[in-house]
Design a binder for this molecule. Structure first.
Ligand code: SPQ
Length: 421
């Protein structure tokens, strides 16, 4: 596809619902006693894979656009799926489901697409096996023998909300307490939702303690817009001349707002307004205007708070004055693709001064860059980041696979080009 260019970006939009919260709404809704209603659900391919998996385990789920009704059958209400579960491209579906499936009284198996079959699963199967789980495979397909589980005290080796959540979900089925010590704070949507549903859960800084409960209460979940999707427009607004974009109702849970901190450090013209909280999840309107950006250093505890935004933050760094260093971000290598390698490879094609490091990249901004034929590696976040990048390149650019945006943002291109009108 040829990437169309706009000359300025003006206007406002709402982005689709948060992917992480949408997945968790379906999963915890399925385990609750009664009907959970989800509004603002992300109907992207990943969250639809989660719905599909739970339907195969006899959970009735009605989908009406972004309104979803999950008819929960209780913690012990899932039924043996008639066939292997299929998680598509979704790491969240695969890893979180491992935690749930490990403690069932039936056996199951789960797999996904080629990208999922290359993503490491040992990070979840290892702590789960310490809890008594029996899971065969370090990569998909995984074969799970339903087992009796026991609580553990687990010091996490990586900052990962997926690992943390898999252990917590298994903890619901375990005998005794499950205690987790995080290495850095990762997104905490699971803890917030479990707490709202009445689970016996205590969070203190990096420590979480869960006592298994027999019952979760159904909820009315209102999903805010996904800051990971808003990020593309935040960067677009900052780097395009004469531009101003307002993104309404974006989730600003502090475990996800690293990009706002980085934007401030880079000198971006950014405002958050109309802050409110719904079911424990804060949201606000974010406005970003054309900015003179400067380079910065991004590492440490910031990384889990902006991990999925790093490809598009790297785009902003190309148009900043000076050097941007992204470090401590090895986790980028095990996403839908190796996002360090993919970003460095693709940005180099247009003449960028960018260097791959073991745990991130170094970007020197300010060069004049030219159009190129870009590859997405089948990664939705690469496709959207490259579309933003192409706007400021001299000449034309193409994208080899624009369809992958359906994973997290099916109407991305419509929303994007509405801002150029
Ligand atoms: O679900 P998936 O494929 O892992 O999605 C990604 C993404 O870019 O959309 C990562 F590739 O987001 C993860 C995120 O990186 C979603 C997530 C969650 O909902 O718990 C947590 C993060 O992953 P991790 O490995 O740090 O726990």
């Amino acid at each position: 596809m040829q990437i169309k260019k706009i000359s300025r970006a003006l206007g406002e939009l709402t982005v689709p619902g948060d992917k992480s919260i949408s997945h968790r709404g379906v999963m915890l809704g399925a385990l609750a006693d009664g009907v959970t209603r989800i509004e603002g659900f992300l109907s992207g391919a990943d969250c639809l894979s989660t719905i599909d998996c739970f339907r195969k385990m006899s959970i009735e789920i009605d989908v009406n656009g972004s309104s979803v009704t999950v008819h929960g059958r209780g913690i012990h209400g899932l039924r043996r799926p008639p066939e292997m579960l299929y998680a598509g491209n979704s790491g969240t579906t695969t890893r979180l489901l491992c935690g749930i499936l490990a403690g069932q009284d039936f056996d199951s198996a789960i797999t996904g697409d080629a990208s999922i079959c290359n993503r490491p699963m040992k990070r979840v199967t290892e702590p789960l096996s310490r809890m008594g789980a029996q899971i065969r495979g370090e990569y998909c397909p995984l074969y799970i023998t339903g087992s009796r589980l026991h609580g553990i005290e687990y010091k996490m080796p990586v900052a990962s909300a997926q690992v943390k959540t898999a252990v917590l979900l298994a903890g619901l089925y375990a005998e005794g307490e499950t205690i987790i010590h995080e290495v850095e704070k990762s997104r905490d949507h699971t803890e917030l939702m479990l707490g709202a549903m009445g689970a016996d859960l205590e969070v203190s800084g990096l420590d979480i303690r869960l006592t298994p409960s027999e019952k979760l209460n159904p909820q009315h979940i209102i999903v805010p817009g996904d800051i990971s999707s808003a990020a593309f427009f935040m960067v677009l607004g900052a780097i395009m001349p004469n531009s101003e974009i307002t993104i309404r109702n974006v989730g600003i849970n502090p475990t996800r707002t690293g990009i706002i901190d980085v934007f401030k450090a880079m000198g971006a013209d950014i405002k958050t307004e109309n802050e409110r909280t719904s079911a424990g999840e804060p949201a606000a309107d974010i406005t970003v205007s054309s900015s003179d950006l400067k380079g910065t250093v991004i590492g440490g505890e910031l990384i889990p708070r902006l991990i999925d935004e790093l490809p598009v933050i790297a785009v902003a760094a190309l148009f900043a004055d000076g050097e941007t260093v992204i470090k401590d971000a090895q986790e980028l290598k095990v996403k839908e693709t190796d996002r360090i390698h993919a970003v460095v490879n693709e940005f180099s094609k247009c003449g960028a001064d960018i260097e791959e490091t073991d745990d991130g990249m170094i970007i020197r901004g300010g060069r004049t860059l030219h159009g190129a034929d870009f590859c997405t590696y089948g990664d939705h976040r690469m496709a959207m980041s490259l579309t933003v990048l192409a706007q400021l390149l001299d000449g034309e650019s193409t994208l080899d696979d624009e369809k992958c945006v359906e994973i997290s943002y099916p109407r991305f291109f419509e929303d994007f080009y509405s801002l150029g009108k």
